[in-house]
Design a protein around this ligand. Structure first.
Ligand code: DQA
Length: 144
């Protein structure tokens, strides 16, 4: 099984940005965590990050026929992007939404997710662990 982990804008600033919310570990540590989780779960994992909505859409489109699952933290685009929602729907690849923070306990606008309706499930508020939980959900979903 091949899984693509996609991270949206400002997640490359992990370890620097709002440490009280996102923690002190940086983006490279997140990539290492995802790679290790993949190894332990027996799946192949590739990671991608972009600050640009169109690049995220391109990456989702390119995943068609290549990946069996997507783990996506669309970051701020979660709350605005019909284009990312449509891309996930277009490729029909089982996708799990992830957020490091508990988006339900923050500003009102963070409670809205444009992508959620196209996702198998969502994990938020578990920090890095949410990415592993998302991989486990994809594995479970693939054996349904
Ligand atoms: C985030 C939550 C979003 O609301 C925010 O814009 C982010 C990160 C998270 O992982 O908690 O950039 O997706």
């Amino acid at each position: 099984m091949k899984v693509l982990v996609i991270n949206g804008p400002n997640l490359n600033m992990l370890g620097i940005r709002e440490k009280n919310i996102y923690g002190t570990q940086d983006y490279n540590a997140l990539v290492a965590f995802c790679q290790n989780s993949g190894k332990e779960l027996g799946i192949e994992v590739d990671c991608y990050q972009s600050n640009h909505e169109g690049c995220l859409v391109d990456k989702i489109q390119e995943a068609y026929g290549v990946y069996d699952g997507i783990v996506i933290n669309p970051a701020a685009y979660t709350h605005t992007s019909v284009a990312i929602l449509d891309a996930i729907k277009a490729v029909s690849i089982p996708t799990v939404e992830v957020h490091l923070s508990n988006v339900d306990e923050r500003e009102e606008f963070r409670k809205i997710s444009y992508v959620r309706s196209a996702c198998v499930t969502v994990f938020y508020g578990y920090g890095f662990d949410g990415y592993r939980m998302a991989m486990e959900a994809l594995i479970k979903n693939s054996t349904k």
